[in-house]
Design a protein around this ligand. Structure first.
Ligand code: C2O
Ligand code: CU
Length: 579
């Protein structure tokens, strides 16, 4: 069983246990004896089963089980200890066990709420709050059932509630107060880039574009979605003038995967102010990384990118020989882009397909009709990629894969989630059962550049209640906190830095660090044994634990966030900062 399914199973069992106890309590209050006994027996079994799931989770990693061991387990024990013996003695009026059963139900429910609303790390305040909730609910039920709650229970409830409030509930207090991120601060990185050799102008504006045979309202660069393809040759100095005609939420340009100087990174409120309607901003950087990249607005990025403010950036080593095609995949108003395209390619010609996922969720790509190699991921060339046949690749949100092959005499087609988007002729292939490439074991290994790290950080990804803003929200959290309250990670220039990224939640989080490429060390305790992978975007699936490392060689203040952009906007953003 994977950790992801173990997390899900534990959650389901916890819900069943809570439901069983509560149902049993209600049934006994209604004097439905057989039903009450059946539900209580079921709840007892479910509660005991959690001992197994919680132990298994604790063994895969403390991050997955902390609050379950510290809060849910003691509450479950209390539930069983209180309800169990009374059930055995319930020979007379079944109604006499209603309160003990309800108590057990509240205990299970409040532990469940701790997991759903708070998660990792557990704190004493949260534990006390959970206990106070259980006692208060029990006292209320007692009253409602016509009995008087015992003095001890009422006093205990009050005492615990006060203690919870005094210690801080942990729901409203971040694990450590975050030193403020200096917003609207201009970072001066003082690098001279030289005279521009490639100049572009991108004008952002609302537009109506054709997609899937209909007119779609979009936000577009130069009235097209995707925006113009920006190309350069290594060594070029790129200058892009960004203008905003009428995008009220503001626009910036972020060069996804391009490790530009910090002042050119395009993150509003961190490296620049958003460009408002009527304003402009000029970006300038040297094209010193070859490969496949993309650009997108970073201002209200969830909406902006989805509406169409993105495009391709390709830097080539030398002028192209052979066929070189970019395939930026995007979902615009429900229409899957790009439109399918067919062009014959003469046999023997080298072809490079640059696959780009500009959506917020993973896509599956399958190239049928030819052996191919994955020659680069996220712009970085792989070492010794071997030929693949009938193998699919999964590209995370924001990620890029370059597939290369020599055109055969017969047609070739690229399918994205089963839809042909590029082909050299008619191909019919069932690709859905193909195995998926694991890049961590693909290609030839080479030595890891570091054996020790100057800084190590752990990011535990989850969901939780964020009560810090004006309105409470169910945020996507990192270490129990949501943006802007997640403490920045502070490094020094030259540090070797290691991140451990843990996903406790039930959804995929495509992780993306700005300004640096990280080297993948391991996933779920298994070392990466293939080609070194220098990534800027990778899927951390439910239950995954990734270890990645990088050299702190690009000073500034860098966003570090989930590239499911709705998650990033809903809290899952922090910053890497140089001291
Ligand atoms: Cu492509 Cu901060 O994002
Ligand atoms: Cu996410």
């Amino acid at each position: 069983m994977t950790t992801g399914s173990l997390l899900a199973a534990d959650l389901v069992i916890a819900v069943l246990a809570a439901g069983g106890w509560l149902g049993g309590g209600a049934a006994s209050a209604a004097r439905r004896r057989p039903l009450a006994l059946a539900l209580a027996a079921f709840a007892l079994l479910a509660t005991l089963a959690r001992a197994v799931t919680i132990t298994a989770l604790a063994r895969t990693g403390w991050w997955f089980a902390a609050e379950k061991v510290l809060i849910a387990a003691p509450l479950s024990l209390a539930a069983v200890a209180v309800a169990g013996p009374r059930l055995l003695r319930a020979a007379g009026d079944i109604r006499s066990v209603a309160v003990p059963l309800l108590f057990a139900g509240y205990a299970q429910s409040s532990a469940l709420l701790v997991t759903l609303l708070h998660g990792y790390p557990a704190s004493a305040g949260v534990g006390l709050l959970a206990v106070a909730g259980v006692l208060a609910a029990t006292a209320v039920s007692w009253l409602a059932l016509g009995a008087r709650p015992s003095r001890t229970v009422s006093r205990a409830a009050l005492g615990v509630a006060v203690a919870a409030l005094v210690t801080g509930t942990g729901l409203v207090v971040a694990p450590a107060a975050a030193p403020g991120v200096p917003h609207d601060h201009e970072y001066l990185d003082g690098r001279t880039v030289g005279e521009p050799t490639r100049r572009f102008t991108l004008t952002a504006a609302t537009a109506t574009v054709r997609a899937g045979g209909r007119d779609v309202a979009a936000w577009a660069f130069n009235a097209q979605v995707p925006g113009p393809e920006l190309t350069a040759t290594i060594g070029d100095v790129i200058e892009v003038t960004l203008r905003n005609r009428d995008i009220a939420k503001g626009v910036t340009l972020h060069w996804h995967g391009y490790d530009v100087p910090n002042s050119q990174d395009g993150v509003p409120g961190v490296t620049q102010a958003a460009v408002r309607p009527g304003q402009e901003f000029v970006y300038r950087f040297r094209a010193d990384q070859v490969g496949t990249y993309w650009y997108h607005t970073h201002s209200v990025s969830d909406v902006g990118v989805r509406m169409g403010l993105y495009g391709v950036l390709v830097v080539r080593p030398t002028p192209v020989t052979g066929v070189d095609v970019t395939v930026p995949v995007h979902t615009l108003a429900g229409v899957a882009l790009p439109e399918p395209r067919t062009e014959p390619v003469e046999a023997g010609v080298p072809v490079r397909l640059r696959l780009i996922n500009t959506d917020s969720t993973t896509h599956r790509y399958a190239l049928a009709g030819t052996p191919f190699r994955v020659s680069a991921i996220d712009g970085s060339d792989l070492h010794g990629p071997t030929p693949l046949v009938d193998t699919a690749v999964l590209i995370p949100a924001g990620g890029r894969y370059d597939l290369v092959f020599t055109a055969p005499a017969t047609p070739v087609a690229l399918f994205v989630d089963g839809r042909a988007v590029y082909s050299t002729g008619p191909v019919s292939a069932a690709t859905s059962a193909w195995p998926v490439l694991d890049p961590l074991t693909y290609g030839g290994a080479s030595a890891v550049p570091w054996s020790r790290f100057d800084r190590e950080f752990t990011l535990v990804l989850d969901r939780g209640l964020d009560l810090r803003g004006l309105l409470p929200r169910y945020a996507h959290t990192v270490n129990g906190a949501a943006d802007p309250d997640i403490p920045p990670q502070v490094v020094r220039l030259g540090d070797a830095v290691k991140f451990t990224i843990v996903n406790r939640s039930q959804i995929v989080h495509p992780w993306h660090l700005h300004g640096h490429h990280v080297l993948v060390l391991s996933r779920n305790d298994r070392r990466a044994t293939g080609s070194p992978l220098w990534w800027d975007s990778f899927d951390v699936r439910p239950g995954d634990v990734w270890e990645v490392a990088f050299r702190a060689d690009n000073p500034g203040m860098w966003a570090n966030h989930c590239h499911n952009l709705a998650h990033a906007e809903a809290g899952m953003t922090l910053h890497l900062m140089y001291s």
